[in-house]
Design a protein around this ligand. Sequence first.
Ligand SMILES: NC(=O)c1ccc[n+]([C@@H]2O[C@H](COP(=O)([O-])OP(=O)(O)OC[C@H]3O[C@@H](n4cnc5c(N)ncnc54)[C@H](O)[C@@H]3O)[C@@H](O)[C@H]2O)c1
Ligand SMILES: O=C(O)C(=O)C[C@@H](O)[C@H](O)[C@H](O)COP(=O)(O)O
Ligand SMILES: [Zn+2]
Length: 357
Amino acid sequence: MNNLPSYHAAVTVTDDVVAALSQLISRYPEDKVFLVSESNTTQFCLPVLQDVIGWEKVKKTEVPAGEENKKLSSVEKIWMFLSQNGADRKSLVINVGGGMLTDLGSFAASTYKRGMDFVNVPTTLLSQVDASVGGKTGFNFNGFKNEIGVINQPKDVIIDTRFLKTIDRRNFVSGFAEMVKHGLIRSADHLKEVRNYDLDLLNYEALAGLIARSVAIKDYFVDKDPTEKNIRKALNFGHTIGHAFESYAMTSGKPILHGYAVAYGMMAELYLSHKMAGLSSRDLKELSYWLMTIYGKFDITSEDYDALLSLMSHDKKNEGKRINFTLLPKVGKVAIDQDCSRDLIIESLDFYRNLSL
Ligand SMILES: NC(=O)c1ccc[n+]([C@@H]2O[C@H](COP(=O)([O-])OP(=O)(O)OC[C@H]3O[C@@H](n4cnc5c(N)ncnc54)[C@H](O)[C@@H]3O)[C@@H](O)[C@H]2O)c1
Ligand SMILES: O=C(O)C(=O)C[C@@H](O)[C@H](O)[C@H](O)COP(=O)(O)O
Ligand SMILES: [Zn+2]
């Protein structure tokens, strides 16, 4: 078990989630521990936790799975469960799921009676390397990604790669995109080891170390700027355009996974990095092409540009009417608070659309 250095929350990468959770639960009154899962993690993940000490006393609820359920009514269901089962400010919520679930459950715990302790047990690659760590919580609202939320740190994050053995390939590859992002924004060496990871072989032993180093990069930025006033925006590379793709796909009835949306966003924002921040044309071509070989493309036409630009204008990093980006002068270096013009964003969407194998 290795505890990564952290700001408020321990981040524990372990091969024994049962022992880690048993130890944490023992610190709370036995009738004050509550568990939130979703339909898939109830099926695939809760059986792993049956031997947690005190498990039979843990009160459990379940919300429907899927990004489309990362919404207010799911939060209300969790609040009602907590309220009807005697949760109080000294209670603990255990969130067992991917990023959709940990965002929802963390928000519900952070707002119930103005806040109770919660621990995240991430069960997807994306949540293990990104979503469960750093305290961003919340849900989608009015067609915008993470429109409602707070930043509030978990008491602990318990990462056990055994949960990853039941996620499907597309969701594995989705999480891989955030690992690529961590390499791009912080470390050429980490990017190299991520790119060398064989997505067809899936070596879980090697993966645990990769996850620990990826989470450490997220931890580095969160530790420096927990409330995203400046350098934490590095973690948002690919997201100004990526979130617009994700929201647009959702409303057009053909949802795309978050990591795929981020990969498409990174392809376009690499172009902006070249034009605005000095990324070499060699790196632009090589990196955008490599991403496309893994993620393919999200089909858009120039007819979609106005809707996409409107979605980008809602990005939470924006100030006034300017659309704010985090860009990449080179691999391992970021340039935050880069405002890009409408025309240049359209150029980046043209670049993205013209990418081909
Ligand atoms: N708070 C943050 O810092 C942060 C960071 C990145 C992403 N996010 C959010 O996270 C969400 C994406 O997270 P995700 O990719 O984990 O999606 P997800 O939580 O929807 O999980 C993906 C799919 O895998 C299923 N699943 C989860 N664990 C499983 C397991 N062990 N075995 C089998 N199936 C399993 C889920 O039911 C779902 O169908 C988005 O809403 C994104 O906005 C938040
Ligand atoms: O933790 C952060 O900060 C991030 O930006 C991590 C992102 O990967 C994640 O998708 C986050 O939810 C996006 O934040 P948002 O503020 O753009 O909604
Ligand atoms: Zn993300």
